[in-house]
Design a protein around this ligand. Sequence first.
Ligand code: FAD
Length: 378
Amino acid sequence: DTESVHQVDVVIIGAGQAGLAAGFYLNRLRRDARTGRIPAAPSFVLLDAEETPGGSWQHYWPSLELFSPAQFSSLSGYQMPINQGPNNPGKDHVVEYLTTYEQRYALPIERPVTVTRVDPDEHAFVVHTDRGRWRCCWVISATGSWNLPFVPDVPGRETFEGTQVHTHDYAGPEPYADQQVVVVGGANSGAQIAADVLPHAANVDWATLREPVYLPDHVDGRALFQIASRRVRALAAGDEEPVSVGSLGDIIVVPSVKAARDAGDLVSRRMFVELTPAGPRWPDGSVSHADAIIWCTGFKHDLRHVSGLAGLGGGEDDAPRTQSPLLTASVDHPGLYFLGYGDWCGPASAPLIGVGTWARDTVAAIAAEFASGADSEF
Ligand code: FAD
């Protein structure tokens, strides 16, 4: 194989918010090297499968609103601009923000480039893509979860004669006008999409495994971040089981959910036991007609590109094993980091406001190794 191999110190896979957060700190090291504050800084590149900036935010449904105001939804260095109107920003506002962010810091992003595989290579990695290969000493995997929708294995699913979509493909309520709709899932996307469809559909059955638990109305993304931050500090201090967000409730009461719930329209029923060609069979044995099922049943972290590395998996929920307290660092592959997927690689690392801390600490660890000279080949 004579194809040329690019050489770089750090490859960041994915240029959604997590990739950009890591890019910000690597960029700052480059600036410090240029101005003589440090002798040298690692080179880096971000490889992103999208055609355009914004990561998965470009694909969310049109009415989606952030959990928190703009001031509490920012990455490091540059505040998200305040949006117009009384509500929290919508998803297009985030896409604009991330677009400006990557331009502002002139982050070295290659797009569209899909990473297909990461192989270990002596003290380094070879990152295989649909546009060539990159050899590097450090990999920050920041591919998110959007590309791996999860649908539970409900009996009869393939026999259902209506339409089935996952949150991943939900593009707004219009196709469901006057239809009998079943929304499945008792977390945020289930509540928000049920509220979104309710005014348009003839009927919405909201099917959940258990009675959904709303967070207190005043608890938004800000409060959740504070709770998660306390958890990070407690874990670092070795304290026992600090309170987790999940123990407080499942659903953030955003304005659309609040309106539907307070009107008495957002009523859940226990999950159906199977799907028949006509619709769901409920626990009491009755079958209802449905035109469409919307599966709001979540995502799995998308680690397919590193699945070939031996020794991955084994952590909670089949996540890779990571170190403590730097929860982004792979135990099995020194030099490999996981950023932004959720609690297993850092409490509060998934939301915009939380990922910066983990990006900073990850880049600091890489910078320390780089400065020690052990791996600075390129
Ligand atoms: P992504 O945004 O998914 O970006 C990953 C990038 O990697 C993408 O550009 C993708 O194309 C690319 N990629 C994937 N695989 C490859 C590959 N093999 N090779 C190359 N590139 C690849 N967070 C908040 O802070 N506030 C909110 O209000 C909020 N609301 C949300 C509502 C919903 C419905 C959802 C689903 C999430 C919400 N989140 C919110 C969470 C937040 O959107 C996600 O956690 C966040 O987008 C994850 O960022 P990321 O950079 O890790 O992944």
